[in-house]
Write a protein of this length. Structure first.
Length: 122
């Protein structure tokens, strides 16, 4: 079983494939690659490079990053304080209720009924 990708409604078009390969083939001339390298290096070495229009925005970017850092550190400090406060309140300021009930009265029932009332009551 062989897998042949279908191109178009009727299958593979070899003429079209050949034409596309010729159109998009890499140049074979060494001079092309040398000229391309020269053009790239000349563009990189220019005084007014592609990054020059972005230079005035660098100050604004550094300022925005500083403000974002300050806001993030303030939020982190507030979060830690809130967590510490909540932990303190949970441990120290929450009244502890003792689930203990003391039966001191002797009522009309037996001790068995008193024990049952003790176990069932909230």
């Amino acid at each position: 079983m062989s897998f042949e990708p279908r191109i178009g409604p009727n299958g593979r078009d070899d003429d079209l494939t050949r034409a596309l390969r010729e159109l998009y083939a890499a140049p074979v001339d060494e001079g092309y690659w040398a000229a391309l390298l020269e053009r790239i290096m000349a563009r990189i070495g220019e005084e007014d490079g592609w990054w020059q229009p972005l230079a005035p925005l660098a100050r604004i970017g550094v300022l925005a990053a500083g403000i974002a850092l300050a806001v993030a550190s303030l939020a982190l400090t507030r979060s830690r304080e809130a967590t510490a406060r909540m932990a303190y309140e949970t441990v120290f300021e929450t009244p502890r209720s003792v689930p203990l009930q003391i039966a001191t009265e002797r009522g009309q029932g037996s001790e068995r009924e008193a024990t049952l009332r003790y176990v069932i009551s909230p």
